[in-house]
Design a binder for this molecule. Structure first.
Ligand SMILES: *Cc1c(COP(=O)(O)O)cnc(C)c1O
Length: 370
């Protein structure tokens, strides 16, 4: 790329970086937003109370720096998961945690590994660090290639489970087999685990090379406050604390997250509702429409649209995506790879939003290009 004198002040590899592309966040009214897997329901009312309490009448507390390690939140998360506070590190979103792991473990001589397709932030973080990479492709079955991961030269392997964008989850039995054979750090990115049948937390006690990464952005309806965390052996947590910004989680986010974590009954209802809507939608897509759809354990569905003639493929997925967009129904389309380019990823919204989605797909099937 042509380098201006200003850009030439940066490191050469930085000039060549490509920033992560987040899903669209439309600002106008009227959108049915099913593209970034946010929760369709409000956070716990206790979150709003906690924010008001933290701000107070005049915002005086905002003069002061937040608790540097987010200590009260670490303690609450430890109680939630039945681990010790020394097993928890809190970040500015789980993206911050993933970044800390890459900073701590990845370099030109120490590769990071991940599956494709999975969360597309990993390559961005590793490129910033000039890390080497060991990328393993899924087959269309989306089965976990345990032997290949075990044989990987990666220092740290990032596994998304349930995976994005497919929604397919990997069992603890599979993860235990990976842990038994793979010598590096296994980072299981569990952004969607609250919607799944199983999670890897019970494996932590016996597997010091396992890191479980969680977020409050999806199941806790708090994408806007940016809180995520890692659960791991205290030595790993110590490494993250050495590379972390000392005030990486702001005062309001700590207060909001603490209130959310301390209201499990509220979130059990939210999660049950999202799962019920997801399972009903899986029925709509797979059984009723006959579209190939992965068995999602997340809060989104990855489905391969068929047009009125029964055809599928990139042109069909693109046509459905464009038609939905023209109806202000926003979903996600990943055109750049054969494993994803004939699918749409659709976040689970409210039942009303799902009605609009299904009606819009019916209308698409009646258009000439479908
Ligand atoms: C949404 C998501 C994240 C990001 O979570 P934040 O806490 O909002 O940074 C991490 N990993 C995966 C797989 C995700 O889908």
């Amino acid at each position: 790329m042509p380098s201006s004198p200003l850009a030439s002040l940066a490191l050469p590899h930085v000039r060549g970086l490509h920033a992560y592309t987040p899903g669209l966040q439309p600002t106008g009214p009227g959108w049915v937003k099913l593209n970034t897997n946010e929760c369709p329901y409000a956070p716990s009312p206790r979150v709003v109370e906690a924010l008001h309490r933290e701000i107070g009448r005049d915002g005086a507390s905002l003069r002061l720096y937040p608790n540097p390690p987010s200590r009260p939140l670490r303690a609450a998360l430890a109680r939630l998961h039945g681990v010790r506070e020394e097993n928890v590190c809190v970040g500015n979103g789980s993206d911050d945690i993933l970044n800390l792991l890459v900073r701590a473990c990845c370099a030109p001589a120490a590769a990071a590994g991940w599956m494709f397709p999975s969360y597309s932030l990993y390559p961005v973080l590793v490129a910033i660090q000039q890390g080497a990479s060991a990328v393993l492709p899924f087959e269309r079955s989306m089965q976990l290639p345990i032997e290949q991961i075990a044989a990987s030269s990666a220092q740290a392997f990032f596994l998304t489970s349930p995976n994005a964008p497919t929604g397919v989850a990997f069992s603890n039995a599979e993860l235990a087999r990976v842990l038994a054979a793979f010598r590096g750090l296994l980072v299981v990115d569990e952004a969607y685990a609250p919607f799944a049948a199983e999670n890897a937390v019970p494996l932590l006690a016996a597997h010091p090379r396992l890191v479980v990464v969680r977020t409050l952005s999806k199941a806790y309806a708090l994408a806007g406050i940016r809180v995520g965390y890692a659960l791991a052996d205290p030595e790993i947590i110590g490494l993250l604390d050495r590379v972390r910004d000392s005030y990486n989680v702001n005062r309001l986010s700590q207060a909001a997250a603490l209130a959310a974590v301390e209201d499990p009954d509220y979130y059990a209802q939210v999660i049950a509702k999202v799962r019920a809507t997801r399972d009903a939608q899986l029925g709509c897509f797979a059984a009723e429409r006959g579209w190939f759809t992965y068995p999602s354990q997340a809060n989104f569905i990855f489905t391969e649209p068929r047009d009125a003639r029964g055809a599928s493929g990139p042109a069909v997925a693109r046509s459905a995506y464009d038609f939905l967009g023209s109806r202000q129904v926003l979903v996600r389309y990943f055109p750049s790879h054969a494993l994803t380019d004939s699918f749409l990823r659709i976040s689970v919204g409210t039942d009303d939003e799902m009605l609009v989605l299904q009606d819009s797909l019916d209308a698409w099937l009646k258009t000439p290009n479908a």
